[in-house]
Ligand binder design. Structure first.
Ligand code: SF4
Length: 178
């Protein structure tokens, strides 16, 4: 099974610890002031086999988890689910999704992915809120992810690869200025 990918990178700005981060390509939500508008289009030639992604992740020696971001990972629930099933079970899984909890629960495939993840951070990004996560719901299925990490604002990271610049992390919203 293949999944459209915008970028993959090791990051320390997408959840606690060093994590393998998968930014999928494609998102319908168009949140106001989205920080990654390049990920919205579904048009891409960069389709990657889920088995290749699993192998890439399982070869990493020094990560504590995997984070799915985007784009909208839940546009591709079957592929995301396949990846999660294949990776080392000691790795914690974080999911960032613009879908609300109600929207996820209304869809069986999306719900399965949410249940596979240790932590799902759900809901549209709202640039008017003082903290980027104020309007989101945190759904935990285990206690493997330290939630204190998300209470603070962190430095952002810029990842540059193949003419793509990915800005990532927990950003200050416009009330605080960038
Ligand atoms: S869900 Fe994420 S990628 Fe999609 S528009 Fe909202 S902030 Fe941007």
């Amino acid at each position: 099974m293949k999944i459209p990918i915008y970028h993959m990178e090791i990051s320390e700005a997408n959840g606690p610890g060093r994590r393998f981060v998968i930014w999928v390509q494609g998102c319908k939500h168009h949140c106001y002031h989205c920080f990654n508008p390049e990920t919205h289009t579904f048009k891409t030639d960069n389709l990657i086999d889920t088995n290749s992604i699993v192998n890439m992740i399982n070869q990493q020696q020094d990560i504590c988890g995997v984070t799915f971001s985007g784009g909208e990972p839940l546009e591709f629930p079957l592929a995301v689910s396949e990846i999660i099933k294949g990776i080392n079970s000691e790795l914690s899984i974080i999911l960032y999704s613009g879908y609300t909890l109600e929207e996820v629960l209304a869809d069986q495939d999306k719900t399965i992915v949410m249940k596979q993840c240790d932590l799902s951070i759900l809901g549209r990004y709202n640039d008017d809120l003082p903290h980027p996560y104020s309007g989101k719901k945190f759904v935990c299925t285990t206690n493997r992810v330290d939630l204190d990490y998300f209470r603070m604002l962190h430095n952002i990271e810029y990842h540059i690869q193949n003419n793509h610049i990915t800005k990532t992390g927990i950003f200050k919203t416009k009330q605080y200025g960038l």
